[in-house]
Design a protein. Structure first.
Length: 57
């Protein structure tokens, strides 16, 4: 049986929560404050601790 074109809807469309998250994203270069915040975090916690960075955001 040919099921061409009957893909999972989730693969074709983003959920409403994904769309809301996309709208909250800011594109472009980081601000000076954002750069300083990241540099201070790395100076305190070290490199490669991205999970804890996300939790503290």
């Amino acid at each position: 049986m040919d099921v061409k074109g009957r893909g999972n809807k989730n693969n074709l469309m983003m959920s409403s929560s994904d769309q809301e998250d996309e709208m909250d994203l800011r594109r472009g270069p980081w601000t000076v404050d954002e750069d300083l915040t990241l540099m201070n975090y790395i100076a305190t916690h070290g490199e490669g601790r991205w999970n804890t960075l996300a939790n503290s955001a």
